[in-house]
Write a protein of this length. Sequence first.
Length: 401
Amino acid sequence: MVDICPMENAALLIAIIQNAIDGIITIDERGKIESINPSACKLFDYTPEEVIGKNVSMLMPPPDKAQHDEYLNRYQHTGHAHIIGVGREVVGLKKDGAIFPFRLGISEVQYSGRKIYTGFIHDLSREKEAENQLKEYAAHLEELVEERTQSLKATVGALQTAKEEVSLSLEKEKELGLLKSRFVSIASHEFRTPLTSVQLSVSLIEKYAEPFNSPNIVKHVDKIKSAVGNLTSILNDFLSLEKLESGMQQPTYNDFDLVQFAEVITEEMQVLAKQNQNIIYQHTGTKSTVWLDQNLLKNCIVNLVNNAIKYSGENTFIGFTTEINKRECIITVSDNGIGIPEADQKHLFEAFFRAHNTGTIPGTGLGLNIVARYTNLMNGKIDFKSDVNQGTLFTITFPIS
């Protein structure tokens, strides 16, 4: 190990200070500047001759400028420090009057019987500029999300208006099938294209907004996703109804395992359930194979389970059972939700009908009509039992041939 003499130590220390990236300033007990390195001179735009011997408050904007000497005196008398030994963000005053942000760390050194205070200055200008740009970009993203939200609201309003116009026309026109075809054609072409555009845009916004972790952006994106999902569900109901009305929908039978089929549906629907809603599936019987149309049956079960989710509260159970005996295949879906008023029950499977206690829960009034008609296409029958605020049990039965 090579010994370094005191003079070499001093030269090394001076070299380190002179070449330091951060600014370094030393002051005496009265606040007068004793030394300043090149980095600090560059930050404040002063030469050493212009600042050495001057009070360090010349590098501070108000109100720090006026309070500095008072703070220094108070510390020397009380020994209570607010800044010394603790880094914090402050602003500095350049020679031309401009201010800039920096992180300041101050240390106290006893040297030759007196106190020397050393300030270490790390310029934060670039970091603050980048932070401001990030905030501006996040605000711009929020504006874009808000614009998409307003656009989607306008689309929802247009669809609602179109639906109301169709409902009025259904009462007046005798050619019901033609009128529905017109509406479905308009809905398919006029609404699917903007819905696809909105869905793509919101996916892009969600992707680009991830780094900002903004609750406002997430809130608006979730609103858009929910609205797009509701609109898509409405269009699908109308398209299914159109196929039934035109006679284009016919069952395609095949053998399949009902238990495996039902378990997959249970997993898919559990993802859509409310908080602490649990879908409980059970099968009865030794047989598990049935001869039905899988697509039509899945539509029926999904529709019934989805209704159970919508019209039941959180922290509830939804029952889903299948049974195969010698004569029948029986499928039930039950909940303990809001139930169906007795006066509405006779109209439950009519198209566009919704019970009076559904409130603001979204729906088209077509789901159960489609379920009943799909069940009928497969030579089955549907029945239900319901009491207000007690829940509802739907039963679909298919003969075993």
